[in-house]
Ligand binder design. Structure first.
Ligand SMILES: *Cc1c(COP(=O)(O)O)cnc(C)c1O
Length: 381
């Protein structure tokens, strides 16, 4: 057995500053959505160059808020990649709409615009373009693949700080949702953010986030009265972020660019050290500075690798290196298999990525020796 501590696949880079940031809300007693969340939203909107940012409890609830805010419901279809985190498809079902899967490209792991075009029907209301692992999807090709009027939603869960052709993620479609789960590069424990440049949609989502509450007609006319509650003429949710999380998010957002620059640096070190292994394909790097590097996901070539991916993952674990499959092909998951009975064979790219991708450790608590150890261990095979 190895004596070095396990190199984790991912660890949140939080510490003293985040700890101190929680002091003010805790001392003042303003714990739910309040001034810290407002400051976090404003800073996030500025960093991603969008008009509106609304903090939520997660990316999943953020995506749900977007679909609900767009009025997507029963009878509507939403195109989603077949290889992505399950939440991308689940949110479509929350609205009573139908997820329609499109295959992904094996090189970028992102949705294949040609397959999106094939999946369009008269019922298609939206496409959820996922920026998987921090690499932006080809937004122009996706836009061109669908008729005008079909909304483009970014699942930017992995893409805080990413950019496509110079424009930050979050403003590349009609609306976007980000995640602050600890597996992402900046975190609030759980948490999310929706962004849009559509003021009407932002207003609707702000109401839906808070139980559907709006200022009532009576209140509008008679001014604030202690006995008047808001009106509730939308079926809303409680998707508000706490001010404790807002305070942590603000500190984390201030470190985002440094985190990404460090990840980019070590992604290049991995590439330089590993690309001579013909059997281990490196992820696409994308345009300069555009990749947010939520994860470094390799592809283990089943034809030429010294052992199959799963055996390799076991081997690395025994050597003290934690790995994970990139993500999963949703049609292979039990609920989707039983409810929709779609054959994963219809999605050869997704199926292949499901079986052969392997994320290796990349996070802001690793040091150069950790990366070199991963490289040496792989090169010794
Ligand atoms: C992490 C992730 C989500 C879910 O984010 P939560 O904040 O945990 O709800 C959705 N989509 C993708 C692509 C993700 O990676």
């Amino acid at each position: 057995m190895t004596e070095r501590p396990m190199i984790q696949i991912s660890l949140p880079a939080t510490g003293e500053e985040e700890w101190q940031a929680c002091r003010e809300p805790l001392m003042s007693g303003w714990l739910t959505q309040g001034p810290k969340v407002a400051a976090f939203e404003q800073a996030f909107a500025e960093r991603h160059r969008v008009d509106h940012a609304l903090a939520t409890t997660s990316c999943t609830t953020g995506l749900h808020l977007i679909l609900a805010g767009m009025g997507i419901g029963p009878g509507d279809e939403v195109i989603v990649p077949a290889f992505t985190w399950v939440a991308t498809a689940n949110v479509v079902l929350y609205c009573g709409a139908t997820p329609v899967f499109a295959d992904v490209d094996r090189e970028t792991y992102n949705v294949d615009p040609a397959d999106v075009a094939r999946k369009v029907t008269a019922r298609t209301k939206a496409v959820i373009a996922v920026h998987l692992f921090g690499l932006c999807a080809d937004m122009a090709a996706i836009r061109a693949a669908v008729p005008d009027g079909v909304r483009i939603i970014e699942d930017a869960a992995c893409a805080a700080g990413a950019a496509w052709r110079g424009t930050p993620a979050g403003g590349l479609g009609d609306a976007a949702a980000f995640s602050f789960h600890p597996r992402k590069s900046v975190t609030t424990g759980e948490g999310g953010m929706v962004t849009t440049n559509d003021s009407e949609l932002a207003e609707t989502m702000a109401r839906l986030r808070n139980h559907g509450a709006s200022v009532s007609e009576e209140q509008r006319h008679r001014g604030p009265k202690p006995y008047i509650l808001p009106d509730f003429n939308l079926l809303g949710f409680n998707y508000r972020m706490t001010d404790l999380q807002g305070a942590v998010g603000l500190v984390q957002l201030g470190k985002l660019d440094r985190f990404i620059a460090e990840r980019q640096h070590f992604a290049e070190r991995y590439r330089d050290g590993l690309q001579r292994l013909g059997w281990l394909r490196m992820p696409r790097f994308g345009e300069s500075g555009g990749h947010a590097w939520q994860a470094f996901v390799t592809y283990v070539d089943p034809e030429t690798a010294p052992m199959p991916r799963n055996a390799l993952m076991e081997h690395l674990k025994a050597a003290g290196i934690s790995t994970r499959p990139g993500t999963h092909a949703i049609p292979t998951l039990g609920y989707y298999r039983e409810r929709f009975g779609i054959s994963p064979d219809e999605f050869p790219g997704s199926r292949d990525c499901d079986a052969n991708t392997m994320a290796i450790p990349l996070h802001n608590r690793m040091n150069a020796e950790d990366y070199d150890y991963v490289i040496e261990t792989l090169c010794a095979l």
